[in-house]
Design a protein around this ligand. Structure first.
Ligand SMILES: O=C(O)CCC(=O)C(=O)O
Length: 376
């Protein structure tokens, strides 16, 4: 997009609305009477955004114009400090921590003859499906030909509300026919709940792109982390745009240029390791960009957002390192990160559900114990 167009877009987007209610003036957390998002694939219903958070999102994002960071080889970032105003971001953090079901996924990796079990060093979950499929209200699916469907059980559907997530079924994007999910996917994809879908639409608008996958990380303390990796898998297509929103405790976001011709480590294996869990989209970096580029550290506070664009993923690695000492004390508040991405083939759906939902138990936030506890 031309610079003038981008500037005028943000100018429009951040100019205050004519009359804006302060979130605190409509601040009853229980005031949203809409039924929660329900779907047979969810472990439990997911509440709608309280009105004061929704109003905060609709009226105050983006809370600041972004800074473009493209002064290094192959780097193209938009950095919002913040994207969501701090008060609304903190409320959204508490809401999502309470409502979203999380997983602590374990998986095996093989190096030569040795198999090692990795426990993902953070809580994760994922919603959405790649672009070869989509969720539609049951009434708009083409049900003439296929009887083996992922149709929800009748006791979880919501009569009279065909757009309610409970009535959504997964169909093939081109034929609109219901998909027998076990034939196409290793795990059953889940629709993005309404509370996250509002964010997805807003972030689509601001980044001028579309997303179909919403991945959520919860870092409970400074011990939780994500190792250096890039989101450059082939199932994201070339030069994917990835929007990454931070809520809760501030953490450092480190970036470094990929080393010249050296394969990167897997995202949760410390040090040198095997390639990431799926095939990379990157061509080996044979030019001098790596040696010229300086590492980058961005502080990500509650409400901040980084949009990574263009050649960034194929040339740069990013991480959230563990934190000790004073920084660890600050991390104890917990942090949620939401990334929006677009997967173009079923391999993307399979990969994301395998590594972010897995086949272990569900964790939910326990307000009394103030930690995630197994809820199944
Ligand atoms: O937590 C973050 O800010 C980064 C998350 C991330 O890199 C990922 O989920 O791939």
């Amino acid at each position: 997009m031309a610079k003038r167009t981008l500037d005028s877009f943000f100018q429009r987007a951040i100019s205050p609305p004519q009359k804006r209610s302060k979130p605190s003036e409509i601040n009853n957390p229980q005031d949203n009477q809409d039924p929660p998002s329900q779907h047979p694939t969810y472990p439990s219903p997911i509440a709608q955004l309280p009105s004061h958070i929704e109003v905060g999102l609709v009226h105050t994002t983006p809370a600041a114009a972004p800074r473009t960071i493209n002064n290094q080889p192959h780097l193209d970032l938009l950095y919002f400090q913040p994207y969501i105003a701090r008060t609304t971001a903190n409320e959204l953090f508490k809401f999502l921590r309470r409502e979203v079901p999380f997983y602590r996924v374990q998986y095996n990796i093989r190096r030569g003859d040795t198999e090692t079990q990795i426990t993902t060093p953070r809580f994760t979950t994922v919603f959405g499906v790649d672009e070869t499929s989509k969720f539609v209200p049951r009434s708009s699916a083409n049900t003439n030909t296929n009887t083996n469907t992922n149709r929800p059980q009748s006791n979880t559907s919501t009569p009279g509300n065909e757009d309610h997530p409970a009535s959504l079924i997964l169909v093939d994007s081109s034929t609109n026919e219901p998909i027998p999910t076990s034939k196409k996917y290793h795990s059953t994809p889940r629709p993005i709940p309404t509370c996250l879908d509002l964010l997805r639409k807003q972030v689509e608008d601001i980044s001028q792109t579309t997303y179909n996958i919403c991945l959520v990380n919860y870092y409970a303390s400074g011990e939780d982390s994500i190792a250096f990796h890039s989101d450059d898998e082939r199932f994201l297509g070339s030069n994917p745009t990835i929007a990454s929103l931070s809520l809760g405790a501030e953490r450092d976001f480190l970036m470094k240029h990929k080393p010249v011709v050296t394969p990167e480590a897997g995202r949760d294996t410390p040090g040198a390791g095997p390639p990431p869990p799926s095939k990379s989209n990157s061509t080996p970096n044979l030019n001098s960009g790596g040696s010229d580029a300086r590492p980058l550290k961005l502080g990500l506070a509650s409400g901040d957002m980084v949009i990574m664009r263009g050649a960034t993923q194929s040339n740069w690695l990013h991480s959230i390192p563990k934190r000790k000492g004073k920084a660890a004390e600050r991390s104890i508040q917990g942090r949620i990160n939401i990334t929006f991405r677009k997967a173009v083939v079923p391999a993307g759906t399979n990969n994301y559900y395998h590594y972010n939902v897995g086949d272990g138990g569900v964790f939910r936030w326990d307000e009394t114990q103030r930690r995630m506890v197994r809820s199944d």
